[in-house]
Design a protein around this ligand. Structure first.
Ligand SMILES: O=C(O)CCC(=O)C(=O)O
Length: 278
């Protein structure tokens, strides 16, 4: 049996195309999503941070094993690689996140902006659903969407993301066979868009000399605690200089679900933290 392929969309596809195919398959690839110009700028800004990477040391052995001992991960991108703000504010990406997460939250926030640079010899992660980070919530609707964008050409041998198409419809305990799992082939700029309930993992890098350089940009419900702590990763002075929408997406806007019968979250001194930037 051959592994199922994910549908590939052209760079000029619409948000609706991305949402619809995700609804059907749990994931879709958009070829050429990031322009050559943006990739060049982002990679140039990123290189010094990759060169200075201190190694994987989160303070927890289990967490380090998941993050990957031969993998360099970098967050705080609005401060380190300013071109990231253009990706953060991409209308189709935000539209995808709002369409998927909208039914359970009036707002979205950045879950993480994270470079994932998988080194030669790294083993594959275990297959997981991003929603499982919040395992106590256990909703029947995705709480997050994620993207993996190739910053340089990514092949399955370099650790292209493993995806199990259709697994967003599966019972939680169903284990996929190898034949049900596909490894993404992403030329630089091409991007995997997927939902929080889709099984996926970083692949094994079986090469001896090639690093897999990709960018994860995910958004979650505005009422969740995100994986990345943007308040500490982005200095306040940097956040102050960002466009208003980026500040909101980093989590500074007061969450207000009062019209939907909910409450307020994230007060600063019993007011809206956005006043910090006035
Ligand atoms: O690197 C990838 O392709 C996926 C990474 C991932 O799923 C994770 O770190 O949670």
């Amino acid at each position: 049996m051959t592994a199922p392929e994910l549908t590939r969309l052209p760079a000029d596809c619409t948000t609706d195309d991305i949402v619809e195919i995700n609804e059907r398959d749990g994931g879709v690839i958009v070829d050429g999503w990031l322009s050559t110009d943006l990739l060049e700028r982002f990679n140039a800004e990123l290189q010094p941070w990759l060169d200075a990477h201190p190694g994987t040391n989160s303070g927890s052995e289990a967490s380090d094993a998941f993050l990957g001992h031969k993998t360099r991960r970098i967050q705080g991108l609005c401060a380190k690689t300013p071109s990231f703000v253009e990706i953060l504010l991409d209308e189709r990406l935000l539209g995808f996140a709002e369409a998927v997460v909208g039914p359970i939250s009036p707002t979205i926030i950045l879950n993480d902006g994270e470079v994932i640079d998988i080194g030669p010899g790294e083993e594959a992660q275990f297959l997981h659903r991003d929603d499982d980070a919040w395992n106590f919530a256990n909703p029947d609707h995705p709480m997050i969407v994620n993207t993996i964008a190739a910053l340089l050409d990514v092949t399955p041998e370099m650790g292209g993301t493993l995806v199990v198409p259709g697994s967003h419809r599966w019972d939680a305990d169903r284990v996929p066979t190898e034949a049900e799992t596909t490894a993404c082939n992403l030329p630089a700029g091409s991007t995997l868009f997927f939902r929080g309930d889709t099984l996926h993992a970083g692949g094994a890098n079986t090469t001896t000399d090639k690093r897999r350089r990709a960018l994860s940009t995910g958004f979650c419900a505005g009422w969740l605690r995100p994986v990345e702590n943007s308040y500490t990763n982005i200095p306040l002075d940097v956040a102050r200089g960002l466009p208003r929408r980026a500040q909101e997406l980093l989590g500074y806007a007061l969450y207000d679900a009062s019209e939907a019968g909910g409450g307020y979250l994230g007060y600063h001194e019993m007011g809206d933290p956005m006043t910090l930037f006035n």
